[in-house]
Write a protein of this length. Structure first.
Length: 539
């Protein structure tokens, strides 16, 4: 059934069942034969460090068996398979990591005991990796290491939401949660991630790597080991995610100060990691009102996804997450382009048109607050609070409190900018414009009927405030090459500029001309590709 590994071990019976007279043999007979062979071979590959074979088993064989035999049920638990793998402690820890991950992905929701069990298994895994004085002799594919850290943070996020929802929880469940208040605790999660970063000396390695030096010169015995180096790097991305989920956007960007966000490197070759990094970095920039940096981040990763989307059809384990984050980033890009208009790649403009985002952008440009909120709620991360509700709290769902708070912060910013698109649309039509005339336009566009007693001076004063707001909001800190993620220069990102001289507005159009050369090159290449396809069909 799975010839990719069974051909290499012709005599699985060498690792065969225990004494038929033991009770464990009854459990052994309940495990399907293909699963037994898979586990034996998987364990031997891990023990022998066969990294490419481990990767194949992890990315292809395990998902295939899950789909065919365990679509709506869990894999055999530890007690059922321990005798098959000779009670190999390390392998059982790794197996349980996959076992619990499968439950989170395929079952209707893990029980409280399963949530606890997964946490304790992660504790065993990280204790095994981090406690020894010498690096452990364990090699795992980078894809597995990334998904291990990503799943660790996800399960913490899931438990935080579960714990915050007191609706329909029995007194026994609440007491159980209260008695285990250190399980999936925020300090524990942060400690593990920071410990991985420190143990691997990944920050020093990245700093040397960025300057063209040899990272191994500062890596130390642990950092030279691929397992620790990659876990350290992925832990940085895990910290980025945790701080973003807590609403601490400054710290989220701060942890990546030595990571070259806009440059592909040897540390960022896992597609899921790249996409997740760009999503949280771009979102943090947007919430910090650094729209130009957010647009650049989203544009870069969405173009990358467009060019490599065929890769994600075969890598199915995180495929749903990648597709969802892609849709979220298109929504966030649309929001940023409304709040901070600028030219983007023609391919992305075409994608926005094909995905019908132009209607959403049109509504937002004309001040539709509901559309802003709807797009934000779809695209934002699922925030949580670092402190659980008190056991004595009323039986309510406190999960949405953090999301409501972050949504309100964003909507306050949107409301401040509500009038700017209208002002921009009028200023584009003129080179000079009296304040009184623009105030009249604005009043008529915002009033359903004209009041003959309206106060022009009052409207001009309000308009002046909006124009100052326009100047302020269009000036952002923009990242410059060579700087860390938090650094940059104060720049105006508006496609037009203006100044007020007495009662007259003087407008200068600073719109950058379209790069027609790139447009025609893309069309020529597309035409040649169509010609090749037609020629192939004729042949």
């Amino acid at each position: 059934m799975y010839d990719e590994y069974s051909d290499q071990y012709d005599t699985f019976e060498d690792y065969g069942p225990p004494d038929v007279h033991t009770d464990s043999y009854e459990r052994f007979r309940q495990v399907p034969e293909v699963v037994r062979k898979f586990l034996i071979y998987f364990r031997n590959c891990i023990n022998e460090g066969m990294i490419f074979e481990i990767q194949n088993l992890y990315e292809n064989t395990f998902p295939k068996i899950s789909e065919q035999l365990f679509e709506k049920q869990s894999w055999p638990d530890e007690s059922e398979i321990a005798h098959i793998v000779e009670n190999d402690t390390v392998f059982l820890i790794l197996y349980k990591e996959l076992y619990y991950r499968h439950i989170y992905a395929r079952m209707q929701g893990p029980t409280l005991e399963q949530r606890f069990g997964s946490f304790y298994n992660y504790c065993d895994l990280f204790n095994y990796i981090l406690n020894p004085d010498e690096p452990v002799q364990l090699e795992l594919p980078d894809q597995w290491l990334w998904e291990l850290i990503d799943e660790f943070v996800y399960q913490f996020q899931s438990f935080s939401h579960y714990r915050a929802n007191l609706t329909n929880k029995t007194p026994e469940e609440i007491e159980n949660l209260s008695n285990h208040n250190k399980v999936w605790d925020i300090l524990c999660i942060l400690n593990v991630l920071h410990y991985l970063v420190d143990k691997s000396k990944i920050k020093s390695q990245l700093e040397i790597y960025a300057s063209g030096g040899d990272p191994d010169s500062v890596a130390g015995p642990f950092g030279k080991h691929s397992l620790y180096k990659m876990l350290g790097y992925f832990a940085l991305i895990g910290l980025l995610r945790v701080h973003s989920l807590l609403g601490d956007y400054y710290q989220a960007i701060k942890v990546l100060e030595n990571v070259e966000i806009y440059k592909k490197s040897a540390y960022s070759h896992v597609p899921g990691c790249q996409i997740s990094t760009a999503y949280y970095v771009g979102f943090a920039y947007m919430m910090m009102r650094r729209y130009a940096d957010a647009i650049r981040t989203f544009s870069g990763i969405l173009l990358y996804i467009q060019r490599t989307k065929q890769l994600f059809t075969t890598r199915s384990y995180q495929n749903d997450q990648i597709n969802k984050q892609t849709e979220q980033m298109y929504h966030l890009l649309a929001i940023c382009l409304v709040l901070h208009p600028q030219c983007i790649d023609e391919g992305l403009q075409q994608a926005l048109r094909e995905r019908n985002y132009h209607e959403k952008m049109y509504k937002m440009q004309y001040g539709d607050i509901v559309e802003f909120e709807s797009c934000f709620l779809f695209a934002c991360p699922k925030f949580f609070s670092s402190t659980p509700p008190s056991p004595d709290s009323t039986r309510e769902d406190y999960t949405k409190d953090a999301i409501k708070h972050q949504t309100q912060v964003f909507m306050d910013e949107v409301i401040q900018q509500k009038m700017l698109p209208t002002i921009r649309s009028y200023l584009k039509l003129y080179t000079t414009l009296p304040l009184s005339k623009l105030a009249t336009f604005m009043y008529r566009s915002n009033s359903s009927s004209t009041d003959e007693n309206w106060d022009l001076d009052k409207e001009v004063a309000a308009l002046t405030i909006h124009l100052l707001c326009f100047k302020h909001k269009m000036k952002n800190i923009v990242w410059t090459k060579g700087a860390s993620g938090l650094d940059g220069k104060f720049q105006s990102g508006s496609e037009l500029d203006f100044y007020i001289d007495h009662d007259m507005i003087h407008i200068a159009d600073t719109k950058v001309a379209h790069r027609y050369g790139d447009f025609f090159i893309r069309k020529i290449l597309k035409f040649e590709e169509l010609n090749r396809k037609l020629h192939h069909i004729k042949i």
